[in-house]
Design a protein around this ligand. Structure first.
Ligand code: ADP
Length: 359
């Protein structure tokens, strides 16, 4: 069992920089939580507070109901996997994985069992007699994880573990972490700036900006119902398109285009009559055929889809990217008529999502 409770955590560094504001979350046993956000948003600081590598300025941290706010890192029963996994070059893979247990003078037979079990989980059994230099980057990353697994910690903490792997290896290692999580059933906190990693790995995502949590939810919740413009633009690739529009006469009027709405959408916007709002549309929620004109500037074939960049209407400021189904060969200057199959509405001033009020 390993349940974590992060209660109103603040981090103020010595130079008075507040890196984290009121971080509040309960992590369930066996959950894989991904903290995601741009560089400098406070995700590593949060992870390091959990690990005990940074003091917690305010708030409390509980592990299985026990207050560990002041507990030294080495007594927290957590293992951190860093992006810079330093393995001992002169030792075999077996010795690298056994190292921390050897230091603790555990029984040789116990160590042997634990190393073999970890190697089995990580598919490293046939590599145990090799030296790190004989392994690929991905295998070395797995050895680094193996060193954590043998300690059987309650919580695994990952700080951007894939960021120094090349794109292909990143995808493969990501899938291995997912398998590892399934096999171990362990509670994991994982930090990344990569929204793809967040969407593909997480049971729940915590999306952060400038030290503040913007939204906590499943990948689908953050993708489908983002709380605000920040989350909407950070999650999803290519990013969501945004337009300034006015809600008037039951329609959305932009510069050079008008969007028709359903009764339900009009209902959602009822309190915004004659006001300017921000309309958000994901590139993949745009389909060819409709009444909205897109003036094409570039056409990128991706195989299954075509990414069309251009402008709505003829206005230069209405930039749009559309991921249209199938292969297309639009030329610069062509106009393609599209429609939006799903729309997101945001309050222009607060940037918060406009949702239908519960009745
Ligand atoms: P992230 O992991 O999201 O990139 P960090 O948690 O590393 O962000 O940093 C959050 C903020 O705290 C940044 O503004 C960073 O400059 C600041 N910061 C990080 N570490 C320190 C430190 N040791 N002393 C002072 N400020 C720091």
């Amino acid at each position: 069992m390993a349940e974590l409770s992060l209660q109103h955590l603040d981090k103020i560094y010595d130079n008075n920089v507040q890196a984290v504001f009121d971080f509040n979350m309960d992590v369930k046993d066996g959950e894989l939580i991904v903290l995601v956000g741009p560089s400098g948003c406070g995700k590593s600081t949060t992870l390091r507070m959990v690990a005990g590598l940074e003091d917690i300025s305010r708030g409390r941290l509980l592990l299985d109901g026990r207050d560990i706010t002041q507990t030294p890192a080495k007594d927290r029963d957590m293992a951190m996997v860093f992006q810079n996994y330093a393995l001992y070059g002169h030792m075999t893979i077996y010795e690298n994985m056994a190292f921390s247990l050897t230091l603790r003078r555990e029984d040789k037979n116990v160590i042997h069992k634990k190393v073999l079990a970890a190697a089995e989980i990580l598919d490293l059994t046939s590599q145990l007699n090799k030296k790190p230099a004989q392994l690929s980057g991905g295998q070395r990353q797995r050895v680094a994880m193996g060193r954590s697994i043998v300690r059987n910690p309650k919580v695994f903490l990952f700080d951007e573990p894939l960021s120094n792997l090349d794109a292909k290896l990143r995808g493969a290692t990501r899938r291995e972490i997912l398998l590892l999580h399934k096999r171990l059933g362990a509670t994991m906190l994982y930090v990344t700036h990569d929204q793809t990693e967040a969407l593909t790995l997480a049971d729940r995502i915590v999306c952060m900006s400038m030290g503040h949590v913007q939204q906590v939810g499943t990948p689908l919740e953050l993708y489908d119902t983002p709380n605000n413009i920040f989350v909407a633009s950070f999650i999803g690739l290519p990013p969501m398109n945004f337009f300034d529009v006015t809600f008037e006469d039951g329609q959305l009027k932009g510069k050079g285009f008008t969007v028709e709405l359903t009764d339900e959408q009009r209902d959602t916007l009822a309190t915004y009559n004659r006001q300017e709002i921000t309309l958000g549309v994901r590139p993949e929620d745009i389909v060819a055929g409709g009444s909205l004109p897109v003036l094409v500037s570039t056409n990128e074939n991706l195989g299954m889809n075509t990414l069309v960049h251009g402008h709505m209407g003829t206005q230069q400021e209405n930039k749009i990217s559309a991921k249209l189904r199938g292969w297309a060969n639009y030329k610069n200057g062509d106009t393609v008529a599209v429609q939006f199959t799903k729309m997101h509405f945001f309050d222009k001033k607060t940037t918060q999502a406009i949702r239908k009020e519960a009745k």
